[in-house]
Write a protein that binds this ligand. Structure first.
Ligand code: GAL
Length: 686
């Protein structure tokens, strides 16, 4: 079980409520800026991220600065008791800079140099861009570092993408020289002799490209690692003056998710990035009310990402952006239905957020995001439905400030790994469209979400010895070092679940020889000898605990050694052979799930483990499907969020008396939650 105590990640002991505020779009409208300050109070908002993308307003010409407008914003926000999260402006730059210093422009993988435009498009290596960002960041830190409104730093915006210019190629080669002692070891790791890809001089190495090298898995994997490291290196360069001038102000940058099917952001390894941040924050834009999944299904996937990003530091995080209503970049941009804003925002708090922040405070009048939802609409009206929902939520957040700084201890961990996902996706094999690693982890997470059992979604570098149950689905790439830590975990009493397509390659993406890694063979008491990939319409089944469960996509043929068969296949050439196995290894136990099985199998299988390991939900609330109960804990109190993610009324049964933190009512027994309703109740620990 993870330890917990209060952690004030931002040094604020209230729930942050506010969001991206872009007054630089309105500098010629002092009436509107004055309205903003008035409306902020009515909306019960208290914190604003300013300066994101404001470089052209801050430095209209090279070396000519204009901070007066920002001085006033700081003072005005502070004047109403608000706080500022100050952004560095590097997410977009003024046109003069690209014109004068073309090296700051990104080059894509096809080696086409971009023109100036859009945003998030700089070269991470460019010495000039690094120098320019440091300079403006230092000026910001010196000017606002002592301002009492300054709460936190928001470094750049949503770092992402990659650059393939000659400076980046050189940096990549240097990165490789640091990693590999010589070309012999590089050629071995990249399996050079295959197709005559042996490299004989460092200068022959180029980043992967659609018009060049793109088939060497080891190179592709190293490039992805380099992109993460180079992004972090750029970030580290940005924060040098910030840490020097304002060492006591925490630093964050806003992480993302991939949005259509909501899964963690794929392109950067956030487990590495997290180590460089004081606070984790992320931008959540789930497509509520979509036509491909239920509200509860989507809520479960949001919970998974929250639990992953929270577990990166095992401390509360910040919801840095969300929309109070709709976005403008989906195929269909549906408005949040009444009640959904409260529910979706409080779900984030339930999973560990100490804030609800929006993009953006006031809707832009022109350009690319003028139809994106905002707190203040073009009507500038207090009576606007969205504004009213935001204000209502603000009132609730003020009443639950005791939740700030509390955590979510957990007995169960699911292991998520960015590198393994990259390698698996790059592997030409299995089903090219059915690998779906993040989604697979979400299907394992689902049972625990449905049963209100808190889960930490952890990464391989973290200590997992304290969990009763560790679930490691589809860990295709796993190093000897991780294997040995898994072995120690089981030997000392842990319960480990692994699945098909796990333990196939090492950290260089080279397959393990000899069947399977010998330690995995030993702890699982079996060998996965063949992985059968099925066509999307193919179905097979397994027999487990007297019932039959459907399987699709993947089935592993298993050679049993010391292990026991828990389930066996129903059809095909492996009918009646083991599909799921278990094995006692020293003080612990392992389970291997050989096939991709339906949710009902996971429910049955994990319920057994939950009972056996005496894993308990964090609160005893009886409820039907689609209701989620999530708990944050302080040393003294449990804060229980009961959330109805269905379109119908739901009756829940509270097993002990609790106090509603918002209405002050004492509640016990049956309570009815309307469609999308949330109750936040507190229960003192006995
Ligand atoms: C985020 C971005 C914001 C805004 C928002 C719209 O990804 O950081 O600046 O564009 O999306 O949903």
């Amino acid at each position: 079980m993870t330890k917990f105590h209060r952690t004030y990640t931002t040094k604020a002991n209230f729930m942050l409520h506010g969001g991206d505020y872009n007054p630089d779009q309105w500098l010629d409208r002092t009436d509107i800026l004055a309205d903003d300050i008035k409306l902020m109070k009515f909306a019960h908002t208290n914190t604003f991220s300013v300066g994101i993308f404001a470089w052209a307003a801050l430095e209209p010409e090279e070396g000519v600065y204009n901070f007066e407008w920002l001085d006033k914003i700081f003072d005005d926000i502070y004047g109403i008791g608000g706080r500022v999260i100050l952004a560095t402006p590097s997410g977009a730059r003024p046109a003069w800079m690209s014109q004068k210093y073309p090296e700051v422009l990104r080059v894509n993988s096809a080696r086409v140099k971009h023109l100036h435009g859009a945003r998030h498009n700089h070269c991470f290596t460019s010495p000039i861009y690094r120098e320019k960002t440091q300079k403006i960041n230092r000026l910001l830190a010196e000017r606002y570092g002592q301002h009492p409104a300054l709460l936190m730093w928001h470094i750049s915006n949503e770092y992402g993408g990659e650059c393939h210019c000659h400076l980046c190629q050189e940096a990549f080669r240097n990165w490789l020289k640091e990693k590999y002692p010589d070309l012999k070891s590089l050629n071995h790791a990249w399996w050079g002799p295959f197709w005559s890809h042996t490299v004989t001089d460092w200068s022959q190495i180029e980043s992967p490209s659609p018009i060049g090298e793109n088939t060497v898995n080891g190179l592709n994997l190293d490039w992805r690692r380099f992109v993460t490291d180079q992004t972090i290196d750029f970030f580290e360069n940005e924060i040098i003056p910030i840490k020097e001038v304002t060492p006591e102000i925490p630093v964050s940058t806003n992480f993302m998710a991939d949005t259509h099917e909501l899964i963690p952001f794929q392109a950067l390894d956030y487990s590495k990035f997290a180590k460089h941040l004081d606070v984790i924050s992320w931008d959540a834009y789930p497509a509520w009310h979509n036509n491909w999944e239920s509200t509860a299904d989507l809520a479960m996937r949001v919970g998974f990402i929250d639990d992953l990003y929270r577990s990166l530091k095992h401390q509360p995080f910040i919801l840095m952006e969300s929309t109070p209503s709709l976005v403008n970049w989906q195929q269909v941009n549906k408005a949040k239905r009444p009640g959904m804003h409260l529910l979706s925002s409080l779900q984030m708090v339930a999973h560990g957020s100490d804030s609800v922040m929006y993009f953006q405070w006031r809707k832009s009048r022109g350009s690319a995001e003028k139809f994106h939802g905002a707190v203040v609409d073009h009507d500038n009206s207090l009576d606007n439905r969205v504004f009213q929902e935001v204000a209502k939520l603000g009132g609730i957040l003020e009443k639950i400030s005791d939740v700030v700084g509390t955590n979510r201890p957990s007995d169960v961990a699911i292991l998520y790994d960015w590198e393994s996902n990259w390698a698996l996706n790059d592997a030409s094999g299995f089903g090219l469209k059915t690998k779906r690693y993040p989604q697979t982890l979400q299907t394992h997470y689902r049972t625990f979400w449905e049963m209100d059992i808190p889960v930490d979604v952890i990464t391989k570098d973290q200590d997992f010895t304290s969990y009763k149950l560790l679930i490691v689905p589809m860990l295709y790439l796993v190093s000897e070092e991780t294997i040995s830590r898994l072995k120690t975990y089981v030997a000392s009493g842990g319960t480990l679940v692994m699945t098909y397509i796990s333990g196939i390659v090492n950290e260089h993406d080279l397959t393990y020889l000899g069947g399977w890694h010998k330690d995995l063979q030993e702890i699982f008491g079996m060998i996965p000898v063949e992985t059968d990939t099925l066509y999307p319409n193919d179905r097979n089944a397994v027999h487990f605990n007297g019932k039959t469960y459907e399987l699709k996509d993947y089935a592993t043929v298993i050679q049993l050694n010391a292990a026991k068969t828990e389930a066996h296949y129903v059809q095909d050439f492996y009918a009646n052979t083991p599909a799921v196995t278990s094995n006692v290894f020293q003080k612990g136990k392992t389970y291997y799930i050989g096939a991709r099985l339906e949710d009902d199998f996971h429910r049955e299988f994990y319920s057994g483990l939950i009972n056996e390991l005496a894993i308990k939900p964090a609160a005893s609330v009886k409820h039907g499907k689609g209701v989620s109960v999530q708990v944050r804990q302080s040393p003294e109190c449990n804060y229980i969020f009961i959330m109805n993610f269905t379109e119908e009324d739901q009756t829940v049964v509270l097993e002990s008396a609790v106090k509603d933190m918002v209405t002050g009512e004492q509640l016990s027994g049956e309570v009815v939650l309307e469609k999308y309703q949330v109750r936040i109740v507190e229960k003192e620990k006995s």
